[in-house]
Design a protein around this ligand. Structure first.
Ligand SMILES: Nc1nc2c(ncn2[C@@H]2O[C@H](COP(=O)(O)OP(=O)(O)OP(=O)(O)O)[C@@H](O)[C@H]2O)c(=O)[nH]1
Ligand code: SF4
Ligand SMILES: [Mg+2]
Length: 409
C-alpha cells in the first residue's frame, strides 16, 4: 500500500476550550477511541496526531489539542503549543459546548484564525443536551456558520465529515518540476552519493522529482556528479533540464554546457514549499552581515548530524569565509522555531521536506513579521559558490528579483 508522507497531507486541528469534546470528536472522525476522553477539564495535554483518509477528500492528518482556556504555568505552556499547532494547520474545527455562551477565548480564537487566514468551521458539540439560545444568537449575530453534532448520539457526525471534506482547501497542486518539462523531454538528475547521503535510499526531493517527471511522461536520467559528463555525452539530444544537489553545483555547472538549463533540488523545493522570490531577496542580507551579527540556521527535522554536517559545519564555514565576518551562528532543529527570531540578522532555513507547505509558509511569514530576511540552504550555497544567477534562470519570477538586487551586491 502506498503511503502519503505526513508533510503532503492537509493538517486539520481540533481546537477549543477544555472539556467541550475535542477529543471525542476526533475519535468520531477516526472511527475508534484513540484519544483519551474524560469529564476532567484538561485531559488532553499534548497534541495527538493521527493520519487518516477523509473521504471523499483524501489523506489528512488530524490533530487533537489542549484547551485554549488552560490554567496555571503548565497550562500556559500548553496554550503556546496549541497556538503553534493552530498557526500551522490547513483547516481548524473550533469545537464549542452547546451548554455555554460564546467565551472571550473563543472569540479571540476566531479572530486569530481569521488573521492567520486559516479556514475553519465552528462545531457545536453535545447537541443531545440542547443548545444554549444565547450561543446561537451570538453566532448568528457574528454571521458565523456552524454545524451541530453530538458525540454521544452520533447526530450530525456523518454530515460534518462530509462538510469538512468539501470545505478543505483544495490547493492547486504546486508543481515541483512538472511545469518545466513535457512528454519525451530528457531530465538529468545529479545525485552525489557521498558520506552525507542516507544509506540505501534517495531523499524526498529527489524521489518527488523523479515521480513528477515520470507523471509528465518525461525521460529521467539519474547520475552521480562524477558520471554526469559521461551521461551527457551518451545522450543523443540535450536534456531539457539538469537538476543537481546544491553542494555539487560548482562541479556540475562546469560540466553542463551553458545552453542547457540547470537548477538545484533546493531551488525546486523553494518554489514548491517556500517562497523562491523571498529567498532570492534574502540573499542580499548575506552581503550586509557585520561582525557580531547573529545568523540562525534552522533545520525542520532532527536528523542524525554527520561529521561534516551541512547545517552545523559547512554552511557556517562558508558564511564566515564568504563574508569574512565574525558571525554568531546558532543552529536549531526540529519542529520548534525559536521565539527570539527578531534577534537574528538572517535566517538560513533547510529545504523543509518534512514540513507541510503551510508550515513552511508560516515560518516564512514569522520571519517577515519580525523583518528578518530568510533564505534556504540551497540558494545560500549556490550564491556563495557563484552559481547564481545560472541556477535561477529557469524561473523568470526569481530572475526578476535577482536583477533588482544584484546591482547592490
Ligand atoms: N452529553 C454529551 N457529552 C459529551 C459529548 N461529547 C463529549 N462529551 C463528554 O464531554 C467530556 C469531555 O470530552 P472530551 O472529548 O474529553 O473533551 P476535550 O475537549 O477533549 O477536553 P480536554 O482534553 O480536557 O480539553 C467527556 O466526559 C465526554 O464524554 C456529547 O456530544 N454529548
Ligand atoms: S526537513 Fe530539512 S533538515 Fe530535515 S531532511 Fe528535510 S531538508 Fe533536511
Ligand atoms: Mg481532549
Amino acid at each position: 500500500m502506498s503511503k502519503t508522507a505526513q508533510s503532503e497531507r492537509l493538517h486539520i486541528s481540533f481546537v477549543g476550550r477544555r472539556n467541550v469534546g475535542k477529543s471525542s470528536l476526533m475519535n468520531k472522525f477516526i472511527g475508534q477511541d484513540l484519544v483519551i476522553v474524560s469529564d476532567m477539564p484538561g485531559t488532553t495535554t499534548d497534541p495527538v496526531k493521527k493520519a487518516m483518509e477523509l473521504l471523499p477528500f483524501g489523506p489528512v492528518v488530524l490533530i487533537d489539542t489542549a484547551g485554549i482556556d488552560d490554567i496555571g504555568e503548565l497550562g500556559m505552556k500548553r496554550i503556546d503549543k496549541t497556538t503553534k499547532i493552530i498557526s500551522e494547520s490547513d483547516f481548524a474545527l473550533l469545537v464549542l459546548d452547546s451548554q455555554t455562551k460564546l467565551s472571550p477565548e473563543e472569540i479571540s480564537l476566531v479572530n486569530n484564525l481569521n488573521s492567520l487566514e486559516i479556514p475553519f468551521l465552528i462545531v457545536i458539540n453535545k447537541s443531545d443536551l440542547g443548545i444554549n439560545y444565547e450561543l446561537i444568537t451570538a453566532l448568528k449575530e457574528l454571521k458565523y456558520n456552524y454545524h451541530s453534532v453530538s458525540c454521544s448520539t452520533n447526530e450530525g457526525i456523518y454530515e460534518l465529515k462530509e462538510k469538512v471534506s468539501l470545505l478543505l482547501p483544495n490547493e492547486e497542486d504546486q508543481p515541483l518540476v512538472g511545469d518545466l518539462i513535457k512528454q519525451h523531454d530528457i531530465i538529468v538528475l545529479v545525485v552525489p552519493i557521498d558520506l552525507g547521503a542516507p544509506k540505501g535510499r534517495l531523499i524526498m526531493p529527489q524521489v518527488q522529482t523523479i515521480r513528477e517527471s515520470l507523471d509528465e511522461d518525461a525521460i529521467v536520467v539519474v547520475a552521480k556528479d562524477k558520471e554526469l559528463r559521461a551521461a551527457l555525452n551518451k545522450l543523443n539530444q540535450s536534456p531539457k533540464l539538469v537538476v543537481t544537489d546544491s553542494q555539487a553545483i560548482m562541479r556540475v555547472s562546469a560540466d553542463v554546457p551553458d545552453e542547457i538549463p540547470l537548477t538545484t533540488f533546493s531551488i525546486l523545493m523553494a518554489r514548491y514549499k517556500g517562497d523562491l522570490a523571498e529567498y532570492v531577496n534574502g540573499i542580499r542580507r548575506i552581503e550586509e552581515l557585520k561582525n557580531g551579527d547573529k545568523v540562525l540556521i534552522a533545520e525542520a527535522c532532527s536528523h542524525h548530524a554527520q561529521e561534516d554536517d551541512i547545517g552545523r559545519v559547512k554552511i557556517p564555514r562558508w558564511l564566515r569565509l564568504h563574508t569574512k565576518k565574525n558571525l554568531e551562528i546558532d543552529v536549531v532543529n526540529g519542529h520548534d522555531y525559536p521565539n527570539n527570531l527578531h534577534e537574528y540578522k538572517l535566517i538560513v532555513h533547510c529545504g523543509g521536506c518534512t514540513l507541510t507547505r503551510k508550515m513552511m509558509q508560516t515560518r516564512i511569514k514569522q520571519a517577515k513579521y519580525v523583518g528578518v530576511p530568510i533564505v534556504n540552504y540551497g540558494l545560500a550555497i549556490s550564491y556563495m559558490h557563484g552559481a547564481i544567477p545560472r541556477a535561477l534562470e529557469p524561473f523568470p519570477e526569481a530572475i526578476d528579483v535577482w536583477n533588482r538586487i544584484s546591482p547592490t551586491l
